[in-house]
Design a protein around this ligand. Structure first.
Ligand code: ATP
Length: 365
């Protein structure tokens, strides 16, 4: 366990952050995010944990006993890299650490902002930064990711596999309510208020779960008269996101659709290396991670884009009410993108470490 002691800030309260870089490029981008946090002067104390594939292969530990209880008790927030390593074929450690954190700490709202920082990063013609500024709120504790279901007669021609899509009234209601509250309390980058919540499902085919989402959405939206409520089937939404991303504001959806549409949305931002996310339960210790995974093909080569992790760090600081430091980091990232002081995936010539250091230096200036 390593402990970092960043410089003291002016705020009287020093927040405690657990950093878990994990595997693959997580181990490269999280140190850059930490360098940037330290440069921002945010009054935080970071403690690093070695949970991940190396630890699992060494002593079979995925999560140490009482690990989640310790995180919730001793830390204000958690900064995570990514999990997944070709040496662990079952991916058991990734499941137990990442899904464990989301499920056992009940981090039900996965908040994924989608923002285009520079027109050159968007593969769509004629799309400007003002045209891509929406957020996807993904239900994070239910759906098909609970691993409910099973196999029967495995390995025979009669094999049956089921994967249950779990949707509880409580789970659906709280993420939909979170979306309306988010809409009420957040503004767009240009300062204008957020004004609409769009619920995305596939209720024309998945009638049982879709029926619950539809009913709860109608009930909750009736309580928020100033906010426009809209609906789209997930297939239509994918097409519309590519045809005209301007129309989106706050999107709320289930676990699987949220996973898929945010990879598509990351494409609008310049790729997976640009996207940030938070896994939140209001009032509890929440976890922040870049949207990308461990990306084994590019791991260890100093080519991974650290911006997703750095913007994730800014999101975490904002959540901890260090808005000034978060603003400084976001402004420095914007400068880096505009001046092409970035990794190659978004048009620059720098390595992971150099790109992270450039942002840290810009934050300190
Ligand atoms: P997971 O299922 O664990 O979320 P994934 O299947 O979405 O992972 P990633 O591991 O995120 O896949 O990466 C897929 C590919 O996207 C990588 O091989 C790499 O080419 C690109 N990529 C992802 N993250 C980055 C990054 N930070 N910088 C540059 N390229 C990236």
């Amino acid at each position: 366990m390593l402990t970092f002691h960043p410089v003291d800030g002016k705020s009287p309260e020093r927040k405690k952050i657990a950093a878990i870089p994990g595997d693959g490029i997580g181990k490269e981008v999280i140190p850059q995010a930490i360098t940037v946090i330290r440069a921002s002067g945010a009054p935080v104390q970071l403690t690093e944990f070695d949970w991940g594939a190396d630890r699992y292969l060494r002593d079979q530990t995925t999560v140490p006993p009482d690990g989640f209880t310790m995180l919730a008790r001793d830390f204000d927030a958690i900064l995570v890299g990514a999990f997944g390593d070709p040496r662990v074929k079952t991916n058991i450690h990734a499941k137990e650490i990442l899904l464990g954190m989301r499920f056992k700490m009940d981090l039900y709202a996965n908040v994924r902002p989608v923002r285009l920082l520079d027109a050159v990063l968007c593969p769509l013609k004629g799309v400007e930064p003002k045209d891509v500024d929406f957020v996807v709120l993904r239900e994070n504790t239910e759906g098909v990711y609970t691993d409910a279901g099973g196999v029967f007669k495995q390995g025979t021609p009669d094999e049956i596999a089921t994967q249950e899509d779990i949707n509880t009234c409580k789970g659906v209601e709280r993420i939909i309510r979170y979306a309306f509250e988010y809409c009420k309390t957040h503004s767009k980058l240009d300062g204008s208020p957020r004004a609409s919540v769009l619920m995305c499902d596939k209720s024309n085919a998945m009638t049982h779960a879709g029926g619950l989402w539809q009913r709860v959405f109608k009930e909750v939206s009736a309580e928020y008269s100033g906010i426009t409520s809209q609906h789209m089937y997930v297939d239509a939404l994918c097409m519309q996101m590519v045809r005209d991303p301007r129309q989106f504001d706050v999107i709320v959806t289930n676990n699987m659709f949220g996973d898929i549409i945010t990879d598509l949305a990351a494409g609008l931002q310049g790729g997976l290396g640009m996207a940030a996310s938070g896994n939140i339960h209001p009032g509890r210790t929440s976890m922040f991670e870049p949207v990308h995974g461990s990306a084994p093909p590019i791991a260890g080569k100093n080519v991974a884009n650290p911006i997703g992790a750095i913007l994730t760090a800014a999101m975490m600081l904002r959540h901890l009410e260090f808005a000034r430091e978060a603003d400084k980091i976001e402004a420095a990232v914007l400068q880096a993108v505009r001046q092409k002081k970035t990794t190659e995936d978004i048009g620059g010539k720098l390595g992971t470490r150099e790109a992270g250091q450039w942002v840290a230096d810009a934050v300190s200036r």
